[in-house]
Design a protein around this ligand. Sequence first.
Ligand code: N01
Length: 546
Amino acid sequence: MERQAARKSDAGMRYDVVIVGAGFSGMYMLHKCRQLGLSAVVLDAAGDVGGTWYWNRYPGARCDIHSMDYSYSFDEDLQQEWEWSERYSPQAEILSYVEHVAERFDLRRDIRFDSRVVSASFDEDANLWRVVTQAGETWSGTYCVMAVGCLSLPQTPNFDGLEDFKGPWYHTGLWPHEGVDFTGLDVAVVGTGSSGMQSIPQIAKQARHLTVFQRTPNFAVPAWNHKLGEEEVSEIKDNYAAFRDYARWSESGYNGEESHESGHDVSQERRIAEFERRWAVGGFTVLSTFSDIGSDLEVNKMAAEFAHEKIRQRVKDPQVADLLCPTNHPFGTKRLCVDIDYYETYNRPNVSLENLRVAPIEAITPDGLRTTEKDYKFDAIVFAIGFDAMTGPLLNIDIKGKGGQALREKWEEGPQSYLGLSVAGFPNLFTVTGPQSPSVMTNMMSAIEQHVEWISDCLAYMQEHGHDRIEAGEKAEQEWVIHNGEVADTTLYPQADSWYVGANIEGKPRVILPYLGSFGEYRKTCDAIAAEGYRGFELDSADRAA
Ligand code: N01
């Protein structure tokens, strides 16, 4: 098939693949489609490429995976030529990288921006997905790839009185492009997850006074961010193939030290020394100090106590330090934050911390915010309250499969998918880093590349074998769903009220959303399924199916 460039006027034509989302997933999917000679168009609500990095422009936003890992590995020239400046890249640099990739591979000509997809439905007779945008345009394709991201649907603040607030308010996930100057203002930040922990130290530097409203303290590990040295970079670049290969088959999709040692099998002295050593390295390596931190509550408690001690060392006021120590969930079972100056921020005279567990927010008032205990005056409010994760971005689109079945209905009690890649009853639909795939538990770049490559290999296989319809089988899907639950039950993750289990969204079923098994093992499973002629999938041609 000859690739045809999409123009606005092409909305009525039939593509091989309609891709929703122009972040890292959608861009790479487009690139792979072109390599296969398939016609493809990408639709995105944003004004340009970047996905999460396009929207999350709040002060302090940066990645929590090392820069040398958090980038595409598919093109040797690209990875050799691009220069990352810091250990953890700031949002602006990642966005420049995304823009560079779009330019380098001439991607934008097949991307339609300002095109928010509202529905996608499968026409069985025509073997066709019809994807409709808010503007009412319909884009048709034999295949539809949902590359919508895992954390792209911000949770809307639904506090009483918000509409009457006289000042500006912001959601970290929808930050104004022109930036915000908080100089001299009294500011409130609601939420202390990753977005809160990153933005709070930056906002504190500008604000006259910053009041942080915390419902649940979260665990954080130090970033020890620094400028990347030439030697550090060339050591990796000289061996980039091996570096990437390690990430591909690793537990979590990045180069980090794993552990095969139980926290029970070492003396107290050695245990502390090992925590200290990992702490000094910083980042997620702390989470794998012992192999059973995520599965054994006793070992986990040792990590939690160690982290509490570190908080107490950094925060001068013991009462504030206590308030910042997480005690209602095991270490790392809510997404661990990688912090830069977070705890020290509470030593500043212009920062105070309020406990929403003691005094919840009653309402936003015209002049600020009222808790059950007190009235506060603010010039601006920042909501760092997170996202309707993983299922949210998919269910925000009215997706209908065979027989008009709605995904919203099928997933009423939680997601059901095969490998987090495909859904029974929804032929020719693929979900990149969908629920029940490792996705957010790994380096997203590794997860994205693995999925996009698996999908494009699958499309190539179908072309070669004269198929044009693929659908996950019910049985394979059910087995995968059960397997997800079984793996989750061997971990401590279900114990936390986190977005991993949908607990942050009112009314959302409480189900573990990402696949919690090893990323490397998951890759092997996906590869084996493909090698066995896509075991568990039904492949056919639309003609024969008819
Ligand atoms: O969102 P969150 P986030 N009233 O859901 C609180 C990725 N990310 O945007 O814990 C009061 O983690 C909520 O309280 P509680 C990363 O995967 C990565 O910070 O539910 N408070 C919590 O404190 C991350 O995990 C990076 O009790 C309310 C906070 O708001 C994910 O995105 C940077 C509330 C929300 O925390 C999401 O992070 C940023 C309410 N009604 C994000 N509702 C990096 O790469 C919620 N909260 C570093």
